[in-house]
Design a protein around this ligand. Sequence first.
Ligand code: SF4
Length: 287
Amino acid sequence: MSKRFEIIMSPHSGYCFGVKRAMRLLMRGVAKYGGENIYTLGEIIHNPQAVEKIKNMGVRGAKSLLDIGEGDNVVIRAHGVHPDILNTAHRRKINVIDTTCPFVKSSQEYVQSLYAQGRSVIIIGDAEHPEVIGIAGHVPSNAIIIKSVKDAEALQNLRKAGVITQTTFSSEKSNSIIEVLKNYIQDIKVYDTICQATVERRKTTMDVAKRVDMMLVVGGKGSSNTKRLHAMCLDNGIMSRHIEVADEIDVGWFEGINNIGLTTGTSTPDWVIEDVKKRLYELAASV
Ligand code: SF4
């Protein structure tokens, strides 16, 4: 047996704090109410393997509260939701298992407080992202959602504003946008709401990526933070492959490769990572 390549694992991998907490609360709900009496509003996390596992416990996905009956349980995922959804669940006597990440909850509270101070509320983020939709819902008037310097330049008429950023947004991009806003808006209050879990993960991924011939990024194909890790590697000229499960690994990828780096999105389960590692170690040890 000879070693064909070395595997370097990024120190931050697997579920982030918020996802870990959400899964724990869901499991507690399953133990208490039975999986068949629980619905998730949308997929609890952006990982098909984890979603499948939850489905096997009897938990069903609902598109809206209309799919859920009185006395049943709804899981609010870590992204949080518009307060109307919580109010409707309450009115319809649907029990809420609220797994909103405490960091997202802080953003929801910040926008309420900024609004109460008479400020226009600016959210830097993706208007389609469920977290942003939920946070914007906590502003009684319309929040202004922007995601580029160009969008910020269109806000020259604002006098008094407050700014928060989507927790998983790029900090570099957010800083450039905030710089522009500060030039135009006289009275501006900015809350730094970018989640350090994703900042750290990007940093350590980049540290590993610089030392290897190829990066393997493991996570749901629909997981935006996983896709961003993969894109970051590619943007920095590093060969990178995004896989969801070990079965996607192709032995041909490792031709001429001396070392590979392994990183994961914040919603990648440990057992998926272990499968990938096992497959890699088998390949690394094969002649
Ligand atoms: S990435 Fe950060 S904000 Fe999002 S769920 Fe994880 S810990 Fe919470």
